[in-house]
Design a binder for this molecule. Sequence first.
Ligand SMILES: Nc1ncnc2c1ncn2[C@@H]1O[C@H](COP(=O)(O)OP(=O)(O)OP(=O)(O)O)[C@@H](O)[C@H]1O
Ligand SMILES: [Mg+2]
Length: 381
Amino acid sequence: MVDEGTAVVGRDAELARVFRAVDPQSADPVLRVLGDLGTGKSALLERAARRAEAGGGRVLRAAGSESESSLAHSALHQLLRPVRGEVAALPERQRAALRDVLGEGPATSPGPGLLLVGVAVLSLLSGLGERGRPVLVVLDDAQWCDRASLAVLSFVAGRLKGEPVRLLIGARGGGHLPGFDRQVPTLTLGPLDEAASHRLLDLRPDRPAGHTRARILDQAGGNPLALWELARTDTAPEAGAGLPPAGPLPLTARLEQLFAARLTGVPAATGRALLLLAAMDSADSATVLPAGLPPAGAAVWAPAERAGLVRSAGGEVRFRHPLVRSAVYQAASPGDRRAAHRVLAGLLRDEPDRRAWHLAAASPGPDAAVSAELERTADRA
Ligand SMILES: Nc1ncnc2c1ncn2[C@@H]1O[C@H](COP(=O)(O)OP(=O)(O)OP(=O)(O)O)[C@@H](O)[C@H]1O
Ligand SMILES: [Mg+2]
């Protein structure tokens, strides 16, 4: 996978479009970036976010994840966590609604309605923006986002004209996002053309050549993730297996297999750390990372970094791609997976919702205590 700072090739028009979209002066406050797995949505979103930050803006980020897609408001929780201190300045009903959504106030039953939460999020964001720093909200992997957050963000998106707030959404596939108007301006990423695919391969330190290059180009079909990863497989000694034969498997499955093959080469301690990382959610990471996982830079991560499975960014260890996470999780035995969830539940004693979720994942069958905790969680949602 391409490291931070590596050039984005063959996407000049697309980059210009996302940069325009995050310009606080732009006419369209919302842009949706769609495309298949590995086409470069996250890479473009990241460039846009960095540009906004460099221009003095404030960026709020969230990414949907498969495990959180049924957890109401989990994406909003991620987005607003860094600015939760600002909630105090909102009018009382809005404040109470947001505290409820963020799991901070006393749980109300039924929870606050969409309209009230939407208005509260809009006031919060525009209030932040009016204090001199335009706000950019970046929602990646929106296809896995929980419905409740999507509904709120869609409400907000429809009311951003004239506000110092921009919204950038990345989602897999060419389809429709539940709750979002089909008319939302959309940028679709297709495959890279042949010249750009060559340029991407030229960025690799080992620059595959000749027959190998031709096979990689053929198998990747212009998909940037596939280009990068197939090239690595063919040339990196620790990657083990060579280029997989072009078989009937779809690209996603082949890439997942390729990541799984790299796992077999890492030491046991590294494998355990990877499984913990795979079993946790973004919502856990703020609490769990410092308590339960070796810090970025620790020796245990080095083999995984060398094998292209994780990278350190901003003092955190992250999977290089969501497919690595699923490869790690799928490769573990059910018993090891349950053990990882048990460890995480133990680290999340102060967060009942997250803890209940991990306890459920840690139990082999229905368990009375777990059901009770999950019911309590459902009451809070
Ligand atoms: N145009 C490009 N030039 C160079 N590298 C690229 C380009 N597009 C993507 N990449 C690299 O390819 C890899 C996959 O890209 P990215 O993760 O952004 O894809 P994605 O569309 O977000 O995929 P997913 O749907 O799985 O989230 C990343 O390492 C990224 O840096
Ligand atoms: Mg992505």
